[in-house]
Design a protein around this ligand. Structure first.
Ligand code: ATP
Length: 253
């Protein structure tokens, strides 16, 4: 299962152009090449582009991308989590040109160490050791994502570790506009498709919810045998998204 859950590293095709909004985050991440820091923490609610940003950094730098989820390091057997951390960094060092490591849901291993779970503590200690063992010329950049900072052990946030935090929040008006434009580029839109109205409608939705809504509208148009996506379909798709996945068409069809 471990093997299955580990996505093999490869060069990401995604670049900053594929991400709507998040201009400040992109600017900060674009400085990576110049400053070569070790660790960045991407912080924010689910579905707003943390993983996408990490892939885009790899795509922009044309470096291999190694993806792990914090839960990949869970200890089924004592010592397994820390071994996997060691193996991750060994793999990272095996790339001559450098690479980007992304650990999603870092809180699974990085929680504050008073929980009394010694196994998790071993894994976290190993991660801290690896971070401290980096040399700048190794050209390994490590990005990690979490929904909230305050669950993380403060040791992770010390200088030289994940000392830079980038907030990835819900898309604002400009961000929603860009996400909608990006996602509808390849769709056929009816004359009554009203971008401005949709920007207002989607206030409070995550990037992922907006993308899902547009996919849902696209499914509706196919189901109705129509070539174009109209505003009515957008409203219906919006309702479905808000009703939650149990009522969405993926389940109904
Ligand atoms: P999680 O915390 O759940 O891992 P995340 O912040 O990593 O979420 P992503 O996996 O990057 O979120 O985003 C999920 C999907 O939502 C993306 O694959 C993309 O389709 C869409 N998406 C989210 N934000 C954006 C954005 N700013 N621009 C374009 N697409 C976006």
């Amino acid at each position: 299962n471990w093997k299955k859950s580990v996505q093999e590293s490869n060069i990401s095709q995604i670049t900053f152009k594929d991400i709507g909004g998040l201009h400040e985050a992109k600017e900060e991440l674009a400085e990576i090449g110049a400053t070569i820091p070790k660790g960045f923490l991407l912080v924010g609610p689910p579905g707003n582009g943390k993983t996408l940003l990490a892939k885009a950094v790899a795509g922009e730098c044309k470096l291999p991308f190694i993806f792990r989820s914090g839960s990949d390091f869970e200890e089924m057997v004592v010592g397994l989590g820390s071994r996997r951390v060691r193996e991750l960094f060994q793999q990272a060092r095996s790339y001559q040109q450098g690479c980007i490591i992304f650990i999603d849901e870092i809180d699974s291993i990085g929680r504050k160490r008073y929980s009394g779970n010694n196994h998790t503590e071993l894994t976290l200690n190993q991660l801290l050791n690896e971070l401290d063992g980096f040399r700048p010329r190794e050209n390994i950049i490590i990005l990690a994502a979490t929904n909230t900072l305050n669950v993380l052990d403060s040791a992770l946030l010390r200088p030289g570790r994940f000392d830079r935090q980038i907030y990835v929040s819900l898309p604002n008006q400009k961000g929603r506009r860009e996400i909608i434009i990006l996602q509808t580029r390849k769709l056929i839109l009816s004359k009554d498709f009203d971008l401005e109205e949709i920007i207002v409608l989607t206030k409070g939705l995550s990037g992922a919810q907006i993308v899902n809504m547009l996919n849902e509208a696209s499914i509706l148009s196919i189901r109705q045998g129509k070539r174009e996506i109209n505003q009515e379909m957008i409203f219906e798709a919006y309702d479905r998204i808000l009703m939650g996945p149990s009522l969405s068409s993926q389940v109904l069809t």
